[in-house]
Write a protein that binds this ligand. Sequence first.
Ligand SMILES: [Zn+2]
Length: 214
Amino acid sequence: MSDVWADVLAIGSLAQNHYWHEKTPVRREYATATLVRSDDVVLVVDPGWPPDVLRAALYYRSGLEPAAVTHVFLTHFDPAHFGGIGLFAGAAWSMYEEEIRWAEAEAPAGDAGREVLARIGEAPEKFAPGVDLFPTFGHTPGHCSLLVYTAIQSLIVAGDAVLTRDHFERGDLGRRQWDLEKAKESFQDVLEIADLIVPGHDNLFVCRTPGGLL
Ligand SMILES: [Zn+2]
């Protein structure tokens, strides 16, 4: 019996969603923030929403205060995925090693990004039993998802390996890929392993497809 829980804290959305017939960016873009708990580990993945939103979401979804969060993991280095990370100042912040190296070299998020990078360490292969890194390169060079085995299912917090349910159903990887071929492999990997998917910018959904979406 697994003692792992995963909960969506705040559902993300895209600045411009062409499935909603939007031709230009019409809103701020935020990633879906997810809470994963196992024994002593209280892990927030992709805290992109503003700190006040995350604070309320955390309390309303789990009864916890920010100080209870022990770890923060970023699927990749994008302000839409880390904008509220400062709320969790007492937690250990981490990202996949290759993503750290890439972000340090490219500095894709300006001064705010540099401050965050200065505090980020290399993520462990697993945060707890049943909470493992699941590398999904392609959207960025070191993009990495999280594979979570709860008592009854496998769940992947996919980051931007899967943008939204609409994108997934159509095999649409989005337009912003560092390496399209790698992104396709990652998409396929997620599809094959996950019972449930938390996409980068949408609510959790059930994955029940034999494949063939790409
Ligand atoms: Zn994103």
